[in-house]
Every structure is written in structure tokens, then in C-alpha cells.
Write a protein that binds this ligand. Structure first.
Ligand code: ADP
Length: 183
């Protein structure tokens, strides 16, 4: 199964991605986690990414696309993967189509997490990550609407929209059920 999870910041994608990856037996590939690991290890890639992340902006595509291309070439991703936080704009989506196309593959589905905006801000302020200050949260939400939402149009009939309000187990159940009926 080759999946992309899409949703606004604070939608609980990361939590669901970890659970779904376990249940579906495919690696969870989170660009946010990859960037944070690079920042933690003070790598050149981490140094490039940090200022953008702290401002709530997207890290430039050329940095992000190469990081994902590398990660998808690892052996554990050959049988499937769950991408969390990538693609985040249409140009990244086109690059992903190209990376998969070289291997004669396509995505199985794109799972969209739907959550009302007031709830997102509440959740992010409660979680208190270093890029979770109110101004940065507002910027990340705006970037989501401007840059990321259009990829749902790009993917069209691959998109499965699920209601992401409820308990972790309820939402996992909805996602698995929707994936079963999509195939
Ligand atoms: P959230 O889902 O809460 O927005 P993430 O962990 O997915 O958090 O991402 C944190 C930050 O990492 C983003 O605000 C952005 O700066 C950077 N980032 C993650 N994925 C991408 C991507 N695909 N393209 C560009 N920047 C990204």
C-alpha cells in the first residue's frame, strides 16, 4: 500500500500515521520528523530547514524532494509506505509522481484528515512544540490553505476524506474502513 496523508497542521496526522503504519505494515515517512532529526543532529540539511520551519514556511522544494527521493529508495519502502507531510504543494506532488513513475508505480490513495479550524489551533497550542507559537501556527494554517489544499485537486479520485474528530481509535477505524472500501 502506497499512501499519502494530507491534513492541516494539528489534524493528528502524525499520530494516525504511526498507528496506521503499524497496522498496514509499511514504513511511516514523515518529512517533519526527518527535518527535526536533521536539526537535532546539526546536519547541513537541518541547518537549511530550521529557519523555514521556525517561521511556519515550507522548506524549499529542492531540499525536501531530494530528502524524500533518498528515503523512498531505502529497501523498507519498496513494498509500500505511508507518507506524512509530503507532498505539501503541487510541485512536490508532481515530483512524487515522477519518482514513482520511474518505478512504474502509483499511489494507492490519498487520505485527507478533515478537522474544523478552531479545533486545530486549540490542539497545537496545547502540544507546545517549538514551532507552535500562535503567529507561527497561523502562518502554517495559511500555508496549508494556499499551498497544500490544491494537491487534493491534483489527486482527485485518489482522495479519501475522513472525519478526524474523535478518539484516536475511532479515527484509525474510519481510515482503515475507508481504505478497505476504496480498493
Ligand atoms: P505539522 O503537520 O504540524 O505542520 P510537520 O511535522 O509535518 O508538522 O512539519 C513541520 C514543518 O516542517 C513545516 O511547517 C515545514 O516547515 C516543514 N516541512 C515538513 N514537510 C515539508 C514539506 N513536504 N515541504 C516543505 N516543508 C516541509
Amino acid at each position: 500500500m502506497r499512501l499519502v496523508l494530507v491534513g492541516p497542521p494539528g489534524a493528528g496526522k502524525g499520530t494516525q500515521a504511526a498507528v496506521l503504519s503499524e497496522k498496514l505494515g509499511v514504513p511511516h515517512i514523515s518529512t517533519g520528523d526527518l527535518f527535526r532529526a536533521n536539526i537535532g543532529n546539526s546536519t547541513p540539511l537541518g541547518q537549511k530547514a530550521k529557519s523555514y520551519m521556525d517561521a511556519g514556511e515550507l522548506v524549499p522544494d529542492e531540499v525536501t524532494n531530494e530528502m524524500v527521493r533518498d528515503r523512498l529508495s531505502d529497501e523498507d519502502a519498496a513494498q509500500g509506505f505511508l507518507l506524512d507531510g509530503y507532498p505539501r504543494n503541487t510541485s512536490q506532488a508532481e515530483v512524487l509522481t515522477g519518482i514513482l513513475g520511474e518505478k512504474h508505480l502509483e499511489l494507492t490513495a490519498v487520505v485527507q484528515f478533515d478537522v474544523p479550524e478552531e479545533e486545530l489551533v486549540k490542539r497545537m497550542l496545547a502540544r507546545g512544540r517549538s514551532d507552535d507559537t500562535e503567529d507561527v501556527i497561523r502562518r502554517r494554517l495559511a500555508v496549508y490553505h494556499e499551498e497544500t489544499e490544491p494537491i487534493l485537486g491534483y489527486y482527485q479520485d485518489k482522495v479519501i476524506k475522513i472525519d478526524a474528530l474523535g478518539s484516536i481509535e475511532e479515527i484509525t477505524g474510519r481510515a482503515l474502513e475507508a481504505l478497505r472500501s476504496h480498493q
